[in-house]
Design a binder for this molecule. Structure first.
Ligand SMILES: [Zn+2]
Length: 279
């Protein structure tokens, strides 16, 4: 059901990469339309259920909190606070990803962030600390080394990453240069995975065994990459949607700039479990 609605919207709005490059606002509009349409369907379904549906433990994935240049992956600080309040109001208990994996039938919610964006330290950490909410940051080690195209205007350097660690955040790997692992040779994949882990050991004194796939869609990962991750010492690999994630990976629900209360509640309720952010 979800997929057919989403694909109908795709057909209506068009999906050529040329159109996406030429009309980013059109792409953004289409992505938002899909998210709202699926949310309304989810609301209709939950309204027709005789009793409250059972929730399952969930891991949500954010990127920036107040970096508008991050586009659909940016959530405003006000919306982020609203999301935490909605989770509390709706009966979720904040937990770590490990707790979510250990107790999947409980209404547990783990908060994660990708990319090491500076506004997470500025805008999310104070709120998370104030309320004692655990969170995980997946760091692109080459970006912390200065390799991001926008430099440190957008992402944290090691001092900033260390500040996340000092604030109690769990840190894990999001690769060395944020490549598409779906297109990498096995040797390049291995280098990305090993170098990132090694760099975190050197700069943070941390031996992480958790890895989040850059871009996170099913096409961005392969069985060979999964094997390389295991050989590099990672025990948990985080992907995207419940229904389409590659074998052996852990699902996360991506949260977007469109996620006002209706959409956010739908996301927690599972409306996007067969939907991948494709932007
Ligand atoms: Zn990323």
């Amino acid at each position: 059901m979800n997929r057919s609605v989403a694909s109908s919207i795709r057909t209506l709005v068009g999906r050529s990469s040329v159109a996406q490059a030429a009309y980013p606002h059109l792409v953004k509009g289409r992505l938002g339309t899909e998210r709202w349409a699926l949310s309304l369907l989810e609301r209709g379904r939950s309204a027709s259920r005789p009793t409250t549906p059972s929730k399952r433990a969930r891991i949500v994935a954010y990127h920036s909190i107040g970096t508008s240049a991050w586009g659909v992956n940016d959530v405003t600080p006000a919306d982020f606070e609203r999301h935490l309040q909605i989770a509390v109001d709706d009966g979720w208990t904040f937990a770590t990803p490990a707790e979510v994996l250990a107790r999947p039938a409980e209404q547990l919610l783990a908060i994660t962030f990708d990319d090491g964006v500076a506004t997470v330290l500025d805008n999310a950490v104070p709120v998370l600390r104030h309320h004692g909410v655990p969170a995980t940051m997946f760091v692109v080690t080459g970006w912390a080394d200065g390799g991001h195209e926008n430099g440190y205007a957008h992402v944290l350097d090691w001092k900033g990453v260390t500040a996340l660690q000092d604030a109690g955040m769990t840190l894990a790997s999001h690769s060395t240069t944020h490549p598409d692992f779906g297109k990498l040779s096995v040797s390049d994949a291995r280098r990305e995975l090993e170098t990132s882990r090694e760099r975190m050991r050197t700069m943070l004194g941390l031996d992480t065994v958790e890895f989040a796939i850059p871009f996170g869609q099913s096409a961005n990962w392969t069985a060979a990459a999964q094997q390389a991750a295991t050989e590099a010492g990672y025990t948990t690999v985080y992907a995207q949607s419940v229904g389409t994630r590659p074998q052996g990976t852990v699902a996360r629900t991506f949260i977007t700039s469109f996620d006002k209360p209706l959409v956010y509640r739908a996301a927690l309720g599972g409306a996007f479990d067969n939907w991948e952010e494709w932007y």
